[in-house]
Design a protein around this ligand. Structure first.
Ligand code: NAI
Length: 383
């Protein structure tokens, strides 16, 4: 059974779905692998490394699609590739399912498309397939470095003969996987860190990393709701949004660096920083909006652009930070994919002819959750 790797078709994507190491693992399992020439180049994986790992190189995406039973990709497939899919082929990637305009095409072609973002995250056997966590962890780290680079002062406190340098004040809004890593990284660089999230459970995590929790008042009703969502974001009331804006406004008036990470799967990111707050921030302060690609947490942020407001505040629209750590994020993403692909093989692993047999099972809690098209049907529940 052959697995193909399609090259990303966007200049802002440097990751590759499978690395040479992942190819070796898949070869050991009995798969053949074909890579579109140059697919790993931007992540520093040259064609020769794939060849040494046992992969074939194809000159075009069409060649990869024509040869492969399973097609791996970082983001959604380019339309020019989707049109060559045939019935029974499997596509695995971060397909951005709720905004994906190609699901009908995948279904019409008879392909089974697995969107890795839909993984049930609390399932312990699925944790080594969790692409959102593997990528967000790296992104949280890098966001702090991007901020440090944009900021015209240092992060740590220095006592020098020329005077004392105060530590940078960093505020993190949204304390999921990326936010926690951002807190840890900013603390390691010597910053003073404050953080907030609408999940009360995040308070303890923030404090255990040495951050100060920014508390937003919550009604009894909302506290119950927050508990009932099992640790995921809940829909805040108008009152909560107003109170949160006041807390954010006060914290940001004193902040040097702000990193926003709040996302809601399947919906636009919540607006957490408004123009009125930006107007009160210090000249030279820096905001990294990690949700810039899904609507933005910061008013006025533009994906993949850095803008400076009239009062000298820099807003970085960081739409795809993992791509800036392409070698490492590809390694972890590829490991996630190999772990998932392993579950697609029949328990007996091989059939009599010693070829791998696929074991597609929509009743399986992982496959069933990830499959957005199967049997000519779109299976994605509306949000
Ligand atoms: P995310 O990337 O979807 O969002 C980042 C953070 O923003 C989340 O903590 C979310 O609560 C927060 N947020 C969303 N809307 C907000 C708003 N209006 N105001 C303030 N904060 C807001 O989050 P991520 O990193 O994907 O994690 C989501 C959840 O999944 C978390 O509860 C996390 O602990 C959980 N998780 C569980 C895992 C496991 O059990 N193995 C693995 C990874 C994550």
């Amino acid at each position: 059974m052959k697995i193909g790797v399609i090259s990303a078709d966007s200049a802002s994507e440097s990751r590759v779905a499978l690395t040479p190491d992942a190819v070796k693992k898949l070869r050991k399992l009995g798969f053949e692998v074909v890579i579109q020439s140059g697919a790993g180049q931007a992540a520093y994986y040259a064609d020769e490394l794939y060849q040494s790992a046992g992969a074939d190189i194809a000159n075009s995406s069409t060649e990869v699609v024509n040869q492969s039973q399973i097609i791996t990709t970082v983001n959604d497939l380019p339309m020019t590739v989707t049109e060559h899919l045939t019935a029974g082929q499997i596509v695995i990637g971060m397909l951005d399912p709720y905004r994906n305009a190609q699901l009908d095409t995948y279904a019409a072609k008879g392909a089974t498309a697995f969107a890795m973002e839909l993984l049930p995250r609390t399932l312990s056997r699925a944790q080594n397939m969790d692409v959102l966590s593997s990528q967000a962890n790296l992104a949280g780290y890098k966001a702090v470095l991007l901020a440090a680079n944009e900021y015209s002062r240092p992060f740590p406190m220095f006592m020098t003969s020329a005077g004392t340098v105060k530590p940078a004040k960093v505020v993190i809004l949204g304390v999921g996987v990326a936010g926690l890593q951002a807190i840890a990284t900013a603390k390691r660089l010597g910053a003073v860190v404050e953080a907030s999230d609408l999940r009360p459970a995040a308070k303890e995590q923030v404090e255990s990393l040495g951050g100060k929790w920014l508390d937003v008042p919550m009604s009894e009703d909302e506290a119950q709701k927050a508990k009932a969502t099992g640790g995921y974001a809940w829909t805040p009331s108008e009152q909560y949004i107003k109170d949160q804006a006041a807390v954010v406004d006060k914290a940001l008036s004193n902040a040097d660096i702000v990193i926003t990470t709040a996302q809601i799967p399947g919906r636009n990111a919540p607006r957490l920083v408004h123009a009125a707050t930006l107007a009160k921030m210090k000249a030279g302060s820096v905001l990294i909006d990690m949700a810039a690609g899904t609507g933005g947490n910061v008013e006025g942020s533009i994906p993949d652009e850095t803008i400076t407001t009239a009062n000298g505040v820099r807003i970085v629209g960081a739409a795809n930070i993992p791509s800036q750590l392409a070698a490492q994020s590809s390694d972890l993403y590829a490991n996630n994919l190999v772990n998932f692909i392993t579950t697609l093989i029949a328990p007996a692993a091989t059939d009599a002819a010693n070829t791998l047999a696929l074991n597609l099972d929509m009743n399986d809690e992982i496959q069933g959750a990830l499959a957005v098209t199967h049997d000519n049907q779109v299976r994605l529940a509306k949000r």
